[in-house]
Write a protein that binds this ligand. Structure first.
Ligand SMILES: [Zn+2]
Length: 136
């Protein structure tokens, strides 16, 4: 099934032209763009108001098709939801966001939750780091 069809079926969203364009922008993005960046990209060749971008993102997030992220710089960032889970490392100097998936971490956080008397349902991890070796 085509990705957009999947979203329409699974999330029950009617795919207007605006939604199509925004989904394309989000799918093509690997840098977790802000609302303004999404607007800039979506507005290329399309009539697009910032209010529409805000409203559409809210709809996508509520439908579970898009995730809103906060990396501590005061700007909400967005990414399309994929099957593969991942965590983020934020380069505190450049602001770059690096995605990673470390299986061992999954076991570790599960064990931590268990030790505290909980069954882990989900987790999210954000590392804030600067380039260089651990010793420097
Ligand atoms: Zn990500």
């Amino acid at each position: 099934m085509h990705r957009l069809e999947t979203i329409r079926h699974e999330h029950g969203l009617r795919l207007t032209e605006h939604r199509r364009v925004m989904l394309d922008v989000l799918e093509a993005s690997t840098d977790h763009p802000s609302v303004h960046e999404i607007h800039r990209r979506a507005a290329r060749g399309h009539r697009f108001g910032l209010a529409t971008v805000y409203r559409t993102l809210k709809t996508f997030v509520e439908a579970g098709a898009v995730a809103r992220r906060d990396f501590g710089d005061g700007r909400a960032r967005y990414e399309s939801v994929r099957d593969q889970r991942h965590d983020h490392l934020v380069d505190i100097k450049s602001g770059a966001i690096v995605e990673f998936d470390e299986v061992a971490l999954g076991f570790l956080v599960k064990a931590v939750a268990q030790r505290l008397g909980y069954r882990l349902v989900d987790y999210r991890l954000e590392l804030f780091a600067e380039r260089g070796s651990a010793d420097s």
